[in-house]
Ligand binder design. Structure first.
Ligand code: GDP
Ligand code: ZN
Length: 313
């Protein structure tokens, strides 16, 4: 048996971690002793799912637990504030190849402000994000029109949008293809069908669905634990149960517009630099909004976020 090595954190249970050397799936338990905090990180959790770590085995440990010695630098990570407006933050997952944001147009209705905020977070951390519109089997005329609007809005902004149904299997093959050979995170508010989609991609995982929201457990003193699952068709997916949203951590107001791909494309032509795209004359972003090349919904989201970020600073 190897006495040391490098592996990926696939689960955090509270008392210990599970590690596996991907792409093999042979999880084993590990603990942290003393200080192994990544330099510069102030997160409440020193090690997150997706982290690559060095470990060693101690031959005299009766439980045979591995010991985590070092965390490798992260290529990216997703973080959220532990409590609203608190300065503490919690790393949800690290080293992601892609994030899937699952949304539903109705049942439940996912708010655009939430979607935009989420997308900004992914952009800030340079993680490719795909929007997944689930429950397309629920069909009414109004819903179909709203779905078409949503899809058009985000495709125009530059995002990939998939339409799927965990119930009928529509689009699930495309989702599976996307997951192959990558570590992805699936997120979205409770009830949109994250667990159902994971199960549709790989029924052998049989995640529990329709659970009561975990949000009541997300108080001040509890932590939600995230977990990576191996997909039979290839790839690994990290589930984020009960998530309510990510805070905008460490985003400067003047860089916010760079996290809106459609603004980033035109802002080079703004007369003033930096430009907040609010009141400045000769602003290329405002002109693009006026000319219908940038959706007013997205621009208003930007203004809302800008105001909030400025207020709490
Ligand atoms: P999660 O909280 O995001 O993990 O959502 P779940 O997977 O637990 O699903 C929430 C509810 O939506 C359950 O009652 C599912 O049966 C239902 N659901 C999930 N996907 C679909 C879908 O594609 N179509 C329909 N009609 N219902 C779905
Ligand atoms: Zn501007």
């Amino acid at each position: 048996m190897k006495t040391s090595g490098t592996a990926i954190v696939v689960k955090h249970t509270g008392s210990h971690y599970l590690l596996s050397e991907l792409p093999a799936w042979e999880p084993f338990a590990a603990v942290i002793r003393g200080k192994v905090r990544l330099a510069g990180s102030h997160a409440t959790n020193p090690v997150a799912v997706g982290d690559r770590v060095d470990y060693h085995l101690e031959s005299d440990d009766p439980e045979g637990m591995a010991v985590i010695d070092r965390i490798h630098p992260r290529s990216n990570y997703i973080i959220r504030r532990s409590v609203n407006l608190s300065r503490e933050s919690h790393i949800i997952a690290a080293n992601l190849d892609r994030v899937f944001l699952v949304v539903t147009i109705a049942f439940p209705e996912v708010k655009r402000a939430f979607v935009d905020r989420f997308l900004v977070t992914c952009e800030a951390y340079r993680i490719p994000v795909t929007l997944v519109v689930n429950k397309t089997d629920i069909r009414t005329e109004a819903l179909e029109a709203e779905t078409a609007d949503f899809v058009a809005l985000y495709r125009a902004a530059g995002y990939e949008v998939l339409e799927v149904s965990a119930r009928t299997g529509e689009g699930v093959g495309a989702l599976r293809e996307h997951c192959r050979g990558a570590v992805s995170l699936i997120s979205g508010i409770s009830g949109v069908g994250k667990s159902s989609l994971i199960n549709a991609m790989d029924p052998s995982l049989s995640l529990r669905t329709g659970e009561i929201s975990l949000s009541h457990l997300q108080g001040k003193h509890t932590t939600t634990f995230y977990e990576m699952h191996p997909l039979a068709s290839g790839g690994f997916i990290i589930d984020t149960p009960g998530i309510r949203g990510f805070g905008l951590v460490d985003i400067q107001p003047e860089e916010l517009s760079t996290y809106f791909p459609e603004m980033l494309r035109v802002m080079d032509d703004c007369r003033f630099k930096p430009c907040t795209h609010t009141h400045e004359p000769g602003c290329a972003v405002k002109q693009a909004v006026d000319e219908g090349r940038i959706a007013p919904e997205r621009y208003n989201s930007y203004l809302g976020m800008l105001e909030e970020e400025t207020k709490y600073r």
